[in-house]
Design a protein. Sequence first.
Length: 199
Amino acid sequence: MVKALEMEDSDFKRLLGFFPHVQLTEEQRATFRTLWTVRTYARSEFITEAGQTERYFYFVLQGVQAIYVLNDRGEKVVLGFSYSGSPSGVFDSFIAQTPSNTFLEALKPSKLLAISLRDYQSLFQLFPGFDRWGHHFFRDMLFGRLFREVELLTLSAEARYTTFLKRCPAELKVIPQKYLASYLNMKPETFSRLRSSVR
């Protein structure tokens, strides 16, 4: 069940840190803060389900979330994760306001800051610097997707595993291995074997 909470000062400071290209006056900060709401989700709770239209862009304060599709056998195919300090949401559904093809699920109890599409769009009109942030954000997201596709197509299972370990945050190392195995395009038993043998 989603709960609405007051934003703490420490959470707002972390949110501002996510937008390094944006410099706000004290008055602008006060306005900016009112555009975000705090939302919490229990473990295994859906944040967005396939068929729904994503209503929010999120910044993750706590927890880990997985975004995935179901294949023709009803199995989860994990496309990515979000975690503390990262953005989250079904971005294509959010921007286009079309039904999502994916699920966004809280793998651990999660606390997110959420902004609606209308308020998200207003950021680019109200505050200088958001155009630059948007350029960097979507560029990095595109490059990240391309790098991931190259890794999936060219690296061995062991190389995919070791590459993932080098760059993943601690939060991802403690979530159910079936999600990590799916993300790395390997069977859970292969992931388990690699986790036991690779240091």
